[in-house]
Write a protein that binds this ligand. Structure first.
Ligand code: ATP
Ligand code: MG
Ligand code: FE
Length: 355
């Protein structure tokens, strides 16, 4: 039977239902309003909104799929990493549903869900077989990861300060754009000249594949300083947005080349996370992969940012892997939500399953 999944780790309240083969039967995402006025996600507002939205959202998603809850075989939810209030609400709701239906509950790592999205059947031509290099660029993460199998992740490098999405959001804020800033910055950058304003390329050509964005942020603050409180000329703001985006893309290409050197067995390059929705970054990664004779795969835009399809798919992949290890059936009802849950701990997680 189908799997129903809930996503509530940040400010998207989402529900999806997938058939056992990964076919999407229904999916809904509500991007909460009520945070924009604060210039960022307010955890308490998010948790309350998840609580208010979930019952109706789950009923509507079941209705979209033409299913009764009794037809479900599995229930899943993100249980971390993320904002603890929302995680408690979403996973509590999902556990309750699973207990009422007497079916297993599967705890899903939100970042692993981003990471496995490209493997959803039929999503990217040729699929995303293991082993591959994953570039995870989201609101909270910026990492190069060697993906060797479900639950088998090796971090090759990561950011030493801000996450990629965080940098986009902060620069957007400095340019007076709304929130979340990533998509708005990308839109403004289309009107700008990417080589108009000289900006640094942090860590370019350094050994390894770490990232850094704080120097870039400081450089932009310096370019903005002469304007003080006066409104920015539109063209200047657009040029700055385009130059920032180009700097990130240049650094990304360089870092990923280093990561691919560190992982010669990688069959392809996969991008995941909200920032992977950025067109310039996607084309840059595609070119970087092509130059090395590698294929590039990234989920469609709406599956890059937070959604429940990826949570349902990660649950199915976890279930399949556990089954391969003769560990099904199992249930994670006893598993608690957690604000931190590093990918490196996912191998232990499957090993620890008791049937
Ligand atoms: P995490 O998954 O690490 O816990 P998150 O769930 O907040 O963090 P995502 O939903 O994966 O992150 O991504 C949201 C981030 O992606 C935001 O920082 C947003 O600005 C950024 N983003 C979304 N679209 C774009 C875009 N087109 N260009 C650049 N950044 C973007
Ligand atoms: Mg969000
Ligand atoms: Fe996310």
């Amino acid at each position: 039977g189908p799997v129903l999944a809930i996503e509530s780790s940040c400010d998207e309240t989402a529900c999806a239902i997938l058939a056992p083969d990964g076919t999407i039967l229904a999916q809904r995402v509500v991007s909460q309003d009520g945070h924009a006025d604060f210039g960022g996600v307010v955890p308490e507002i998010a948790a309350r909104a998840h609580l208010a939205l979930l019952p109706g959202l789950v009923a509507a998603t079941l209705n979209d799929a033409g299913l009764e809850a009794s037809a479900l075989a599995l229930v899943a939810a993100s249980t971390g990493p993320g904002l603890i209030g929302g995680l408690i609400v979403g996973s509590g709701f999902a556990k309750g549903l699973a207990l009422a239906l007497d079916i297993p509950f599967i705890a899903v790592n939100h970042v692993e869900a981003h990471a496995l999205t490209a493997r959803l059947p039929g999503l990217v031509p040729g699929g995303a077989p293991f082993p591959h290099l994953l570039v995870l660029v989201s609101g909270g993460h910026c990492q190069c990861i060697a993906v060797e199998g479900v639950g088998r992740y090796r971090k090759l490098g990561g950011t030493i300060d801000d996450a990629a999405g965080e940098a986009f959001d902060k620069v957007a804020k400095m340019l007076g754009l709304g929130w979340p800033g990533g998509p708005m910055l990308e839109k403004l950058a289309r009107e700008g000249n990417p080589s108009a304003i000289a900006l640094p390329r942090p860590l370019l050509r350094r050994a390894g594949c770490d990232f850094s964005f704080s120097g870039l942020k400081t450089a932009i603050a310096q370019k903005l300083a002469p304007y003080g409180q006066t409104p920015l000329p539109r063209q200047f703001a657009a040029d700055l947005a385009a130059s920032f985006q180009q700097a990130v893309a240049d650094v990304m290409a360089d870092r990923i080349n280093h990561a691919l050197d560190m992982m010669p067995q990688a069959g392809l390059l996969v991008a995941a996370g909200g920032v992977a929705a950025n067109t310039l970054l996607r084309t840059t990664l595609e070119t970087t992969a092509a130059q090395r004779g590698l294929r590039f795969a990234a989920p469609p835009l709406r599956l890059c940012t937070d959604n429940a399809v990826m949570v349902a798919w990660a649950a199915l992949e976890t279930w399949a892997e556990a089954s391969r290890q003769h560990k099904t059936p199992f249930t994670d009802t006893a598993m608690r939500p957690r604000p931190r849950w590093p990918l490196e701990e996912m191998a232990e997680r499957i090993a620890a399953i008791k049937t």
